[in-house]
Ligand binder design. Sequence first.
Ligand code: MRU
Length: 344
Amino acid sequence: MIKTISWASGTVVMIDQRALPHEERYITCRKYQEVITAINDMIIRGAPAVGIAAAMGIALGVLNSPGERMKEDFYRICDAFSQTRPTAVNLFWAIDRMKSRSEKEFMSTPHMKADAVKKALTEEALRILEEDIRANRRMGAHGKHLIKDGDTILTHCNAGALATGGYGTALGVIRAAHTEGKKIHVLVDETRPLLQGARLTAWEMKNEGIPATLITDSMAGSFMKRGMVNLVIVGADRIAANGDVANKIGTYSLAVLAGENGIPFYVAAPISTIDCYAKTGDETPIEERKAEEVLEFHGTKIAPEGFNAYNPAFDVTPKQYITAIITEKGIITAPFGKGIKDLA
Ligand code: MRU
């Protein structure tokens, strides 16, 4: 299994997802600012992976901070990470985890040595990474029972090892079913405009020998209507307390189409993706990315000069279109509000 992100002797190493699938190259971040750039430039992406990168970036920033202004630096660095990508709540969850750990360390030992705080924060970032991989494996163990031998599964964007600490959420469930010997086939939505499906999910499926075929986003409805899809599984960037799910743009259309065609629509996400402060999905901030991502294809302009484009990176799927949410603590079905309250 590839290592999406790791901590190596005081540096953060990550696979450069912009170069995939053609080139497997790694970048080494020596300063927290480089981790911020990596998140903004989509070198690392996917809700849980962004959270892990932020936690490691914060640990890195504190490691390089002189002891006397470490506390001040810590909060400034946390703030800088919170300005990167607004939709994935895992980012804010990870920053809060780092804050709680730091407050606990400072409070329990007010005169604590800088080295001990640095060690504690590095430890916390690594713990977040390990917990994420464990959660994904548990999601796989719960979710695999929803997949039958012979099923064709449609997925959108990349909710795999590359989007997490490892193994994946939606792709983790698919992996677990495949490992168990179920004969499955995956339809991979290409996921315009940044093609996370075509570039990243296809790459992960190929590497593991999971039978899969690429389709353009606009083909999904027709495939569903023709009886060629048994279930849909996607990841999530933020789940509101009522069960509404924010995920990659295009997810909402898929969910409605699945509902129309009587196809189960599953969301796989760790508890860290649940935002209990958001009552409904309407409270989710949707990231608007630059128009060039839509106007260009691999750096080549595809629209007339001077033309504009909208580029919201995420949409919200109302809870009524969701069959179940697969988490590491179990599977939540309607009414989601109660299920989420019980588990989160
Ligand atoms: O813009 P991205 O590539 O960060 O968007 C990623 C997604 O939308 C994923 O589906 C989501 O983060 C879940 S990843 C386990």
